[in-house]
Design a protein around this ligand. Structure first.
Ligand SMILES: Cc1cc2nc3c(=O)[nH]c(=O)nc-3n(C[C@H](O)[C@H](O)[C@H](O)COP(=O)(O)OP(=O)(O)OC[C@H]3O[C@@H](n4cnc5c(N)ncnc54)[C@H](O)[C@@H]3O)c2cc1C
Length: 614
């Protein structure tokens, strides 16, 4: 029922003058009668009205009509909502407009996180990333406690959980952050429908990205921009990203409470690794603890390095430095422990009045790459697949389990390793130390430098092993702390020259690339200690060392460390030709006789033929 302010004031006047006077200090009996206008207007129970009135401190000087003005104000803006704020990504209090919306005119707030079984069922998540999530939830709960609230971790499928919660907590409003990933869109649409059936208002706010991806697509004639420059043009017509909103304080919770009982710890507590079926003994070093507090501290630390920030050029950073040469804020941005808008606007402050680098290589530029892939992911159907993805070149990748396992350092190859600690795990074994060191860092630590990702992604796909980027995407999805659906798919599309980037003839050498920034091979020695005694001359190509050198290094190639699984010079040249053929097929330049165009002929056959002809 909608009641305007004047009508509300009239109702309250009548109510106060008859039942509830300031003289008895708000403690008079509220009629039990359902017809009580206050109860009708506010939708609250009698007890809730009483609690609310008791909170208001009254002096003995009522307003002109006998009602204390503050009481009138408070009651005419009486909170009428019981809100759930649903944390998914966005695991933070700062720059969380949906959380603020949940608190507005709210009497009872339930901040929740749902442990949705869809995720472990449909994607592999490393124990390191589970730890990051648990820490982020713990930190979120601590930060909520500071403003007199708590986090409820609910177990179950959202579509099953919500109807129960709506009823149990008498919810009138549900808020959450917009998420454009396919599963999220489908899940959220289902939850919205359930909310409507339960008369629950739904409020969604954009805060995961700098811009509303759907708006960017709309501004670009309904299509996601397919180049960075095009994205920049569209964004310049929209203007600067919105400024972040402040974190709520206990003032936002003044009229609102989160009902929490000690018994809830058991039902709604933060899960442990064991509950999630994870083995803590498999954890890697604790280099990047999760959580908003950690994220903001790390952002502060980086932003204090003004000169570094202003000079930041991504291509000049090193893939194989012993400590990260970029911010490693990606896991925090991925889980939403850090708002991209906060990151963006902090950079604006630093750049102001100073000479600084620009997109695409600057730190602002990095955040725009994120926007680029998010927008593409939001607008291109089957973005994480080759088949059915309109932006993706159709390539006849090989299936080669042996190569894939050598690259991904597959545990299945080593039955005993399931009971081993991380340091005992078998090292990657492509036989290229630079590639194997990167994959070992990925598996143990969960983060690798962007150019290191370039090196191993190119090696797996168009560079050397000719394995589909979708396979690489799955491995990254499991092992990266920052694994993010749109960014992972988009970057794999790029690196495999399947979309966005088309200079497939530029291939990274698994030997020369790493040498440029680490001649000594210290990075390799750190992650592949078996090679630590090799002289710098051979550290990138130990198979070329004389037997005597291998003996001195206590590492015989082919026995203690594998020989290279492919000959880079040969396969990379062949692969360029295969890529050329795929591009020709895409543009229809392979002529009427092209086997790929004939019905019933598989692509693999077409390429085999292509090479026979050569
Ligand atoms: C094959 C491949 C897969 C990738 N998968 C992911 C992924 O799943 N999740 C992920 O966050 N990044 C992914 N990236 C992008 C990039 O490598 C990481 O974002 C970056 O290395 C993170 O380190 P940083 O925080 O130090 O980055 P910085 O250089 O400090 O950049 C700051 C922030 O900008 C964003 N950013 C930087 N580079 C990119 C980029 N190329 N694309 C999109 N956003 C970027 C990140 O949020 C990052 O935290 C992938 C790159 C490749 C080549």
């Amino acid at each position: 029922m909608v009641v305007d302010d004047e009508e509300k004031a009239n109702i309250l006047n009548t109510f106060f003058s008859t039942v509830f006077t300031v003289e008895n200090e708000m403690l008079g009996e509220i009629p039990r009668n359902n017809e009580n206008p206050i109860l009708r207007v506010t939708n609250l129970t009698q007890e809730e009205v009483r609690n609310r009135l008791n909170k208001i401190k009254i002096d003995k000087s009522p307003g002109p009509d006998g009602i204390h003005p503050r009481v009138l104000r408070e009651l005419t803006t009486m909170p009428t909502h019981r809100s759930i704020h649903w944390f998914r990504k966005g695991l933070r209090l700062h720059d969380n407009p949906a959380l603020l919306a949940a608190m507005r005119d709210c009497d009872e707030l339930h901040p929740i996180f749902i442990l949705d079984p869809w995720f472990p069922k449909n994607m592999r998540v490393s124990v390191n990333r589970w730890r990051f999530l648990i820490e982020s939830l713990r930190d979120l709960d601590e930060n909520l406690k500071r403003i007199n609230s708590r986090l409820f971790v609910v177990r179950g499928k959202p579509a099953e959980v919500f109807p129960q919660l709506f009823k149990k907590w008498k919810v009138t409003r549900l808020t959450f952050e917009v998420d454009t990933e396919p599963y999220s869109r489908q899940r959220d649409a289902e939850v919205e429908k359930l909310a409507a059936e339960h008369n629950v208002e739904v409020i969604q706010k954009v805060s995961n990205t700098l811009y509303d991806a759907d708006r960017v697509i709309a501004e670009n004639n309904g299509k996601p921009p397919l180049t960075y420059v095009r994205l920049q043009t569209v964004l310049s017509s929209i203007g600067a990203p919105k400024r972040p909103c402040p974190a709520p304080t206990d003032e936002n919770m003044r009229d609102c409470r989160t009902p929490w009982k000690s018994s809830y710890e058991e039902i709604y507590g933060i899960p442990t690794l064991e509950e999630l079926g994870q083995d803590p003994s498999k954890l890697g070093p604790h280099l990047y603890p999760g959580g908003e507090s950690e994220a903001l501290q790390r952002l502060d630390l980086h932003m204090r390095r003004t000169v570094w920030v202003c000079n930041f050029k991504k291509p000049d950073t090193e893939p194989n430095s012993l400590t990260p040469s970029t911010t490693v804020l990606s896991p925090y941005v991925k889980f939403g422990c850090l708002s991209a808008r906060v990151f963006y606007w902090r950079l604006v402050e630093i750049y102001r009045g100073r000479k600084h680098s620009s997109p695409p290589v600057s730190l602002h530029g990095q955040l725009l790459w994120r926007e680029f892939y998010y927008t593409a992911g939001a607008g291109i159907p089957n973005f994480d697949k080759m088949v059915g993805n309109s932006a993706c070149v159709q390539v006849d990748w090989d299936e080669n389990k042996e190569y894939l396992e050598a690259w991904r350092e597959c545990q299945l190859m080593c039955p005993g390793c399931l009971v081993m600690t991380v340091s005992d795990l078998p090292q990657a074994r492509t036989g290229f130390p630079f590639i194997d060191a990167i994959m070992t860092q990925l598996r143990t630590e969960g983060w690798i430098h962007h150019l290191a990702r370039h090196a191993v992604a190119c090696f797996l796909t168009r560079g050397d092993l000719w394995i589909s980027w979708e396979e690489g995407q799955k491995v990254f999805e499991e092992l990266l702390l920052d694994a993010d659906w749109s960014l992972n798919a988009g970057n794999w599309l790029w690196l495999s020259a399947s979309a966005f980037f088309h200079r497939f003839f530029r291939v990274y050498s698994p030997v020369a690339f790493g040498k440029k920034t680490d001649k000594n091979g210290d990075y390799i020695k750190k992650y592949l200690p078996i090679l630590r005694k090799f002289p710098a001359e051979y550290i990138y190509e130990p198979w070329k060392s004389p037997r005597s050198v291998q003996e001195r290094a206590s590492c015989i190639i082919g026995k203690d460390y594998p020989k290279p699984i492919v000959e880079h010079e040969t396969v990379s040249k062949r692969n360029i030709q295969r890529m050329k053929a795929a591009y020709a097929r895409r543009s229809g330049k392979d002529g009427p006789q092209s086997p790929s165009k004939k019905k019933g002929v598989k692509r693999t056959a077409s390429v085999a033929e292509f090479f026979k002809k050569k």
